[in-house]
Write a new protein. Sequence first.
Length: 221
Amino acid sequence: MKPIRFGIVAALAWALLSLLLVALSVLNGNTHAWVELDFRMLSGVVLIAGGALGFEQYVSDIIIYSQIGMPITVSNVVIDVALAFVDGFVCGVVIAAIYNRLTALIGNTNSGQVISFGISAGIVLGISSFLLAIVSVLYNFQMEHFDFTVRPVSVFFLAESKMGIAITPDIIRDSYTLLPKNYPGALWWLFWGFVDGFIGGAVLYYLYINTKNSGEDAFFL
């Protein structure tokens, strides 16, 4: 897998998703758009570094927007999409780099590729979720839970709720849905991020290798 190419694909996908969130907010008549901070490894590092070095005032707007939404203005949307592009590129490059190393160890068979991509996506999403949890603790986020949009584990919990069954203990469910209030709690988000990333990544890559034309050189491979 070519890291730069896959980085560009991930960057475009994440930028389009951020733009889609803004568009949906406008269509719903909202004046603020939801800012998706998950899968933003670089932003997480910058926000943590800013807090640790005493530069909170320079990132205060991002912290506020992540909790109450971003005012929908042209400049804000441009900045948000640009940051999403950069974050997506960084995550895509890291995923591809890990994937290449794993396929060399596991093997380049179809099953090996699926497992390697799942692990790679799990590692990156796990790190991103962990960084987001640290940010929420460091900046004392006021919101109690984070909306995971559509993730494998969140879909499972939703199915439990809709079916009226309670397989998962509340303490396990809370470790996934509630924002950590301390640093040890962030380790749960590291774990859940990996689980979501592994399942989602493996499924997506399985669908990819089973639908692409034989012998086709995909853009990001």
